[in-house]
Design a protein around this ligand. Sequence first.
Ligand code: GLA
Length: 658
Amino acid sequence: MTTPRWLRRTGTPRLEFGADYNPEQWPRAVWDEDMKAMKAAGVTIVSLGIFSWARLETSDGEFDFGWLDDAMDLLHANGILVDLATATASPPPWLTAAYPSILPVSPDGRVVSPGGRQHWRPTSPIFRAHALRLVRAMATRYGSHPALAAWHVSNELGCHNVYDFSDDAAAAFRVWLRARYSTLDALNAAWGTSFWSQRYGAWDEILPPRLAATHPNPTQQLDFKRFSSDALLSYLRDERALLRELTPAVPVTTNFMVMGETKGMDYASWAADVDFVANDHYVTPGPQAHDELSFSANLTGNLAGGRPWFLMEHSTSAVNWQPINVAKKPGELARDSLTHVAHGADAVCFFQWRQSAAGAEKYHSAMVPHAGPDSAVFRDVASLGDRLRSLRSVAGLSRTPSPVAILFDWTSWWAAELDSHPSSRLRYRQEALDWYSAFLDLGVRADVVPVGADLTGYAVVVAPMLHVVPSSLAERLSAYVSGGGHLITTYFSGIVDENDHVWLGGYPGALRPLLGIRIEEFAPLLDDEQVALDNGTAGTLWTDRIDVVDASTEVLVSYKTGEMAGRAAVTRRSVGPGSASYVSTRLGPDGLVPVLDSLLSRAGVVSELPAEVRGRVELAVRGPVRFYINRTDRPVELAGIAGAPAVLGPREVAVVAA
Ligand code: GLA
């Protein structure tokens, strides 16, 4: 476990502001313009060298640091800190030409070609040796450079290469499995290999879940996901260990991707391996765009244990990798940035400083767009720089815990969405996000926390689609409820143990006694089906045939139409002063609001916002500082909130210090 550290820097605390900086894409004269514009914008830090391997190690073992020396010195002369990449994110052509065996392999055996980026196997010893040689060279050369504030290991580990099915991966997978199971008997039992004649007689017979004739073994798939996340973590640890050895005073981080459907890396198990948590976030367009940003920032803050974290990348406007890349609307750039700050970010950085003229990201927005500094985007950037300067007293403040928590579990995310299930339509993160939106609609702050978090202090804990519930977790949740906590869970929760084996005797398996219900058969809905509930809402995606089996379990909402008409849809079991509730269908944010509202009031949880603004304003708290974020595109009157402006303009954020 790492003791948290922040950037190596001097001076009074402040919110850092900056971007990925790729000077090697530009003539030297442009660098001088960059310095002037960075100062005008209030830039304090840049990430340098992320994709520079080919320019730094020009052939095997031949280094050319001249241009990077120049860039480091120039930035230092201009008072700008450097979050220096180890530059290992994308191997150069000479390396892949000499060692094609470092290239990842797809499930159907196709070798990924160079030509994009991040085309390396996390388990390749040859890649690792070359990468670590570069790390050593970087650390030796720049470890005591006065601009150096932190090391940035690789970049977005696993963005494109988390799943590799190569022979290197197969060998490393076997080593990982031996450590997990010790014996083949234990592995055979865990993987349920009596099914479909899959029993293994030797470790070498085991493969990654490559293209199979039909559904590959689900536990093999789940273990491969665990292994793949761990393989990248082991790579991160190798770079970090070398950096620690050579430059012990310099903190080490890497940029996570807590955003949208990026799900390959279990960041709850990574967070202790960085000196401070850093995240990249890009907005997913749609009706929950802002909520998803807030959810991700919130989860990142809780991965960081509530302490400040570093927003390493987001965008000033459009990205280039969605099917349609929409520009941000006026006010969105600032609101997005400040929402991250509200959830604990002490640094606000973008991809990238200057919009590229060439390459695959030339249509991705930047702080300096193609139009140059005489542009609305740059003016917005500079005004954000001013705003962050005015908020410097926020720096260092931890997030203030919320009264309620939403549990987030990568294992359940992976397992619930495996193939060969009752419905292929289940979306774990969407269900969690829907609950988060419902909390925002009710004006109640919620923490999104890793499943292993300490639940003490939370009046209500929501465990959406908590599919994988080992007995230890069932016991923890049970103890939480017995201690007076209010647990709410949903369809497809509690169904399997850590090996993806079904808990027998009726669903929801491990949570059945706690919830006081029993389900004999799932009843998922077809795409065009929906069922009415007797509270006026409607469910989609899923229903359950619920039998109430405990005298303390009450039915809060029933199905009105469909095969389950007349049966329970939402239940609540009282357990002393605590309770355990179950929601058996997908209600979406609107349908969750009335259910959640009544469960919260029975748990004694009330909004901290005046009734008139609930739903339109998001509240986030860092110690004495409260952030009021306008979730809407219209003005909101804030009358009644001491210290706040009378009106919060569309997409505006008010920051009020007690
Ligand atoms: C990621 C990468 C960046 C860039 C951006 C574009 O975050 O780290 O290099 O590709 O995406 O959105």
